[in-house]
Write a protein that binds this ligand. Structure first.
Ligand code: FES
Length: 200
């Protein structure tokens, strides 16, 4: 090979590379290697499942206005390549007054504030609600309240067919509710599922 041919050869290498770089994505666009996922392979978005039920003996709530904290785990199968993501959601189970002393009534909420996702608190003392959350409950009864922007939820008042009415602050709706039942045989509160949806 003489010098001229050798230089031509050297110049042609980057040129060839540029052509390949340009043509390759074009071919991939015209003939993609990945097709759509078959029907049924992807779970519907926003369809998490509980990992296990949360239970409390009713004896943990000997009288109204006692609360228990819990952490609920749910599995969102659509979020990762491994096919599972466990998220942990803090919750409150609160016994509210019933018709008699042995009438167990509850509200069970996610503690994630529907405004912007802070974790809200149980505030049994109305003077603390007034001093720290800028709201004095006229009933003098406990409320839930968020430290970020002072949304306050009343577990005895209804809004849009749900308990936990927003009585103060910017939250657009009551907290997300858990599904629960009282198992008469085992005398337990059984919390099984969380209302679907995101922050608000
Ligand atoms: S995040 Fe709770 S009031 Fe804003």
């Amino acid at each position: 090979m003489n010098r001229r041919s050798f230089l031509k050869f050297l110049l042609s290498v980057p040129l060839l590379g540029a052509v390949v770089l340009f043509v390759s994505p074009l071919f991939r666009y015209l003939k993609p290697t990945a097709g759509p996922f078959p029907e049924g392979m992807i779970s519907k978005p926003d369809s998490p499942k509980s990992v296990k039920n949360i239970t409390f003996p009713l004896s943990d709530f000997p009288k109204p206005w006692l609360v228990q904290k819990f952490t609920y785990e749910q599995n969102s199968p659509e979020y990762t390549r491994q096919g599972a993501q466990i998220s942990r959601i803090p919750g409150f189970a609160l016994r509210i007054p019933g018709k008699t002393d042995s009438d167990y009534q509850f509200v069970v909420y996610s503690r994630i504030c529907p405004h912007m996702g802070c974790i809200f608190n149980y505030v049994p003392d109305p003077s603390v609600a007034a001093a720290e959350y800028n709201y004095r409950p006229p009933s003098g009864l406990p409320v839930f309240a968020c430290p970020c922007h002072f949304s306050v939820y009343d577990p005895l008042q209804m809004q849009d067919g749900m308990t936990g009415k927003v009585v103060s602050g910017p939250a657009p709706r009551p907290p997300r509710h858990f599904t629960f039942k009282i198992d008469a045989a085992s005398q337990q509160l059984v919390i099984s599922d969380l209302e679907k949806g995101g922050i608000s």
